[in-house]
Design a protein around this ligand. Sequence first.
Ligand code: KG4
Ligand code: ZN
Length: 346
Amino acid sequence: MPLILGIESSCDDLAAAVVRDGREILSSVVQSQDAVHAPYGGVVPELASRDHVRYLHVTVERALVRAAVSLEELDGIGVTSGPGLVGSLLVGLSFAKALAYRTGKPLLAVHHIEGHLASARLERDPLALPFVGFVVSGGHTALYRVETLGRIELLGQTRDDAAGEAFDKVAKRMGLGYPGGREVDRAAQEGDPRAFAFPRPMLRERGLEMSFSGLKTAVALQVARAEEDAGGALPRRVRADIAASFQEAMVDVLVTKARRALAATGLERIALVGGLAANRRLRARMTQLEGELGVEVRFPPTALCTDNAAMIAAVADHMLREGRVASLELEAFSRVPLEARPEGWS
Ligand code: KG4
Ligand code: ZN
């Protein structure tokens, strides 16, 4: 029954968690920086890493106290080593290395995306393997075939912006507040998804590649046009219509790609993970697909969809069992594909 401490600091959220046996969450603490970045309408890397330095040690301590576990009782320390903002990653990684050095416990280097995919296995009733894993977050939009943790194959991904990034930029352009995705989701509730015909990129191409920068630009142009028509700020109604129409285009693309990934792999299970898995319209449409195809669609609870350290500890647990321990010399990697990790990562 290994006890693992997980640490996640790859972007703007700082998190620590203790997980037993790769599945049972004894504690999961997330220190959000939304208030730090809100005035800028986006993550400011320098502020993110500085805030991590300030709170990391109390966040880890809180996770250990809530789990009622001492450092000595741990079997391993798992930490996100990439991808992410390098300054942010280094804070968590340096701290984890120091802890591993001082306690003599093994250090497990976790890939952030593998963490997201593991969140589908963190429930009482985990999604059976193999499954299609659809990572829809602020930094990534990619489909994977998950055979088991450690055996994951990329099926297709976005060529440019991540879906969450497009949500955030659309929100910022319309002055909807930060973080943007949730605000677009909220504004869209009052809007008409058919009010504007935005493009559905890459639906005609057969593969599983995606692209969202054209859609984002089309929305920005529409916002500018509507502002001109209104002679100033957008009326609430128009804002809601644009939000709903953008969200519908996005969800159309994501649901179509999910359907194709199921068909291409012949798998009957799919997990949506990452911040966008909290989107109400995406959930509703995927639930429809579940009924239509008779497949199993899984959304982990929102707290596990967004960045957290329980998912990092879950992967670390698996790596420990396979003896894939990292060296204390390990660096942080801002960009690193899941399928081709650098030497020394393990
Ligand atoms: O997984 P996550 O916390 O961080 C990354 O690893 O990127 O995802 C954050 C992303 C942000 O782009 C945020 O705007 C988006 O998820 N998001 C949403 C919703 N909640 C969060 N997007 C659309 N609808 C939501 N309800
Ligand atoms: Zn993430």
